[in-house]
Design a protein around this ligand. Structure first.
Ligand SMILES: [Zn+2]
Ligand SMILES: [Zn+2]
Length: 87
């Protein structure tokens, strides 16, 4: 018998972000899971954040692009960083 409700995905079905590759918004910080199964992240689930042009999805996948926000010098996303870490 499989255990119901514990098969977490850990990947956003909208933008494809993971714990190692989160989304970032200058006001809200890194994304966190918006559902228990971890299939959608906060920055996709929340329309206000999702529609904000400042939202960057999957930051580690986009490290080639310019990634500097006012007040956030050289935002470094460490591999294995926990979601929702906000300074
Ligand atoms: Zn997402
Ligand atoms: Zn995300």
């Amino acid at each position: 018998m499989s255990i119901f409700g514990l098969n977490k995905v850990g990947k956003c079905r909208v933008c494809g972000c993971t714990n190692d590759d989160p989304c970032f918004h200058p006001d809200h910080g890194f994304c966190w899971w918006a559902d228990e199964a971890e299939t959608i992240c906060s920055h996709c689930a929340c329309e206000e954040i999702a529609n904000d042009p400042e939202t960057v999805h999957c930051v580690n996948s986009k490290e080639c692009e310019t990634f500097d926000f006012p007040g956030y010098e050289n935002v470094i996303v460490h591999k294995g960083n926990t979601k929702g870490g906000k300074k």
